[in-house]
Design a binder for this molecule. Structure first.
Ligand code: ADP
Ligand code: ADP
Length: 245
């Protein structure tokens, strides 16, 4: 049974035409997209810039709703979720983006960054917060001595580990990764991929890797959806990708 099932999803944006005052055209950023992701998979979504990957990411994480079609996560149509159901979805399906600290207050210590989702979801407080944060820090390979440090001094790889810890602290089922590794050098990419493997073995996670980087996606994903101009034009097992007759 799929853990994600997207059915005929379309999302358009109205954009003002260049140089005009009140004339609009419609960009169909995602069109009629359908696929399933199964538990424990490493599912890739790949395509060149502007093909609709980020829009699809926003549909899968309910940052936006499709104009038509369905997005089923864990059997529920997330476009209809609210209240407790939505909170549960937001715990179980975690986004891990490229630039973790873009949207965070700059002078927040690492421990506080990682514990924030636990507070928001009312999962832990007091001494338990610290314990859970330290345990997830250990799991993602961050020394506990960084608990009170600011992210400023961290390497790019360590910063991305903080980002992963922030997602993992909620014990999610799925990580949706949008260009998560794209700004890291090869060595750091390998290290983080190793970490993702360990986390998957430990927690039975499902990964959705979204990237323009075909080589990276081919290396880590068992199945890959290829997007072009808003559409999924091919879904193939990694080994058969682009080799179909
Ligand atoms: P809607 O009003 O249909 O919900 P918006 O137009 O408000 O969607 O866009 C949603 C998000 O996408 C906003 O945060 C906006 O800043 C961002 N955004 C706007 N234009 C673009 C664009 N051309 N490419 C990518 N993101 C954009
Ligand atoms: P990718 O992530 O593959 O680069 P996007 O999903 O960001 O692709 O964009 C797909 C298309 O939709 C592009 O033409 C982009 O300009 C347009 N687009 C995306 N988001 C918005 C938005 N919020 N408002 C207007 N246009 C958008």
């Amino acid at each position: 049974k799929p853990i994600i099932s997207i059915r005929d999803a379309t999302r358009s944006y109205r954009v003002r035409k260049r140089g005009t005052f009140a004339s609009y055209s419609t960009v169909r950023a995602v069109r009629n997209v359908t696929f399933d992701v199964f538990p424990g998979e490493n599912f890739g979504i790949v395509g060149e810039s502007g093909c609709g990957k980020s829009t699809l990411m926003r549909l899968l994480s309910r940052l936006e709703r499709p104009d038509s079609g369905q997005v089923l996560c864990d059997g529920q149509d997330i476009t209809r979720l609210s209240g407790k159901g939505l909170l549960k979805f937001r715990r179980d399906f975690q986004l891990v983006l490229q630039d973790p600290f873009n949207s965070l207050p700059p002078r927040t210590a690492i421990g506080a960054i990682i514990e924030e989702p636990l507070k928001t979801h009312g999962i832990a407080r007091g001494a338990e917060l610290r314990d859970r944060v330290l345990s997830v820090m250990r799991e993602v390979g961050l020394p506990g001595t960084l608990y009170d440090e600011l992210p400023l001094g961290l390497s790019a790889g360590q910063r991305q580990r903080v980002n992963v810890a922030r997602a993992m602290v909620l014990e999610p089922k799925v990580l949706i990764m949008d260009e998560t590794l794209s700004s890291l050098d090869q060595t750091e990419q390998f290290k983080l991929l190793k970490l993702f493997e360990q986390l998957q073995a430990q927690h039975g996670l499902t990964y959705v890797y979204i990237s323009h980087d075909l080589a990276m996606v081919r290396r880590v994903c068992n199945r890959v959806a290829v997007m072009y101009l808003g559409e999924v034009v091919e879904i193939a097992d990694n080994s058969r990708l682009f080799f179909d007759p």
